[in-house]
Design a binder for this molecule. Structure first.
Ligand code: FAD
Length: 373
């Protein structure tokens, strides 16, 4: 059997190498001049490739993910990475898994070398369309045409992609940038660049739907930081469903100070000048931001415990780490094939996970499953 895998990213590299290892004649077609470009940028260059405490809550609703989690628990994916690719890993204090090299380029090298070793033929060309023919598929590229019995689409989607080409849109949901900073209504531009440890709550139509403790980075357009990226996933998923929901991010700027303690601080500072209300508690700029919106010290501390921002939208695909939306699971069978027989893996499927290694786990697991079906 001859298989063409389109896209040399995390999922396509996994799928190609394992197909070839299993004696399937495999051609990998990649439009960039090298494979694994996005993979080499993951995890701030360190490649957070899985999570030891993966849970369904980290993903948009998906039966596919549930099935895949049973077939590919994290330990199994890590065994595959070690045994078939020579990628040895460790887990950090937050259960995030990294290669022991802590270097994403070295992960790409391991995949590239394994593809060579197992006999994958890599062609650098852009696929323009896929045509179903009597015996298999005809893959039309910019420079050539290829025939195969089996074709796998692993082209990812729009997150940080220069060119936005899609295939078989009839099987796709709407798409929205996810794992991005958030634009908020009336941002205070004077706070740009300021970092603050917070307890973050995301409200949808007034109801809390997500909470995380972490560092928030204030930007001219709104808010950034890993916990804000995670909030953006919920906003993006809601947009993909076509909802017009109102989202609000609420920051507790004093996460280490209990309400009781706040009260005693307020009482001791009742007569202080406004500019000193948060002396030794918040940075000057943030203290000023909160104080100027408050009539008295009591209100100011209430605001610091509940500083609210109305979300306008997620930021664009240019800065997104993943795409919310993609091939709808209702069109994907147990072999990860669409109704036209084209198989799919990775980000191109409507599965998106929160930060922490979930998206790469999905890319690796789905790529492996397609290779072995
Ligand atoms: C900056 C950044 C950091 C990230 N960090 C992490 C992290 O630490 N942990 C984590 O789990 N996830 C992370 N992600 C998400 C993760 O990288 C993606 O989920 C994952 O790479 C998706 O893999 P994929 O193979 O489906 O798609 P991609 O990696 O996007 O690969 C698709 C490949 O297909 C090629 N291609 C596209 N169209 C064509 C065509 N027409 N013809 C030929 N080739 C084509 C592309 O050039 C590309 O090489 C990060 C993403 C970004 C952008």
């Amino acid at each position: 059997m001859k298989r063409i895998v389109i896209g040399g990213g995390a999922s396509g590299l996994m799928c190609s190498a394992i197909s070839a290892k299993n004696n399937v004649e495999t051609i990998l077609i990649e439009k960039n001049v090298r494979v694994g470009k996005k993979l080499s940028q993951t995890g701030n260059g360190k490649c957070n490739l899985a999570n030891l405490e993966m849970s369904l809550d980290c993903f948009n609703q998906s039966n596919l993910v549930q099935k895949l989690m049973q077939l590919y628990p994290t330990e199994k994916v890590l065994d595959i990475l070690r045994q078939d690719f020579g990628i040895h890993t460790f887990g950090d204090n937050f259960s995030r898994v990294y290669p022991i090299s802590e270097n994403a380029n070295s992960v790409v090298d391991c995949f590239r070398i394994a593809c060579q070793k197992y006999g994958v033929k890599t062609i650098f060309d852009t696929v323009l369309s896929i045509e179903k023919v009597q015996k298999g598929f005809k893959v039309h590229c910019q420079n050539d045409v290829y025939f195969c019995d089996d074709v796998v689409l692993a082209t990812g989607l729009f997150a940080q992609a220069k060119e936005k080409r899609t295939f078989f849109e009839q099987y796709q949901t709407a798409l929205h940038p996810s794992l991005t900073p958030l634009m908020v209504k009336n941002p205070d531009k004077s706070l740009d660049g300021l970092r603050q440890k917070c307890f973050v709550t995301l409200l949808k139509e007034g109801k809390p739907i997500y909470k995380e403790k972490g560092e928030v980075l204030f930007r001219q357009y709104g808010l950034s930081g890993v916990c804000i990226f995670n909030c953006s996933a919920y906003v993006a998923r809601s947009k993909v469903k076509g909802e017009n929901a109102k989202f609000e991010v609420v920051l507790d700027l004093l996460p280490t100070i209990e309400q009781k303690e706040v009260q005693s601080i307020v009482e001791s500072r009742g007569t202080w000048e406004k500019e000193n209300w948060f002396l030794g508690i918040l940075s000057n700029k943030l203290a000023l931001h909160v104080a100027k919106q408050s009539k008295d010290v009591q209100k100011a501390f209430q605001k610091a415990k509940r500083l609210s921002f109305e979300v306008v939208d997620t930021l664009g695909f240019d800065v997104a780490q993943c795409t919310s939306g993609g091939f709808d699971e209702k069109y994907i069978d147990e072999n990860f094939a669409l109704p036209n027989g084209v198989k799919v893996c990775g980000e191109i499927i409507n599965v998106d996970g929160l930060c922490g290694g979930n998206n790469l786990w999905f890319a690796f697991a789905s790529g492996h499953l397609v290779a072995t079906k």
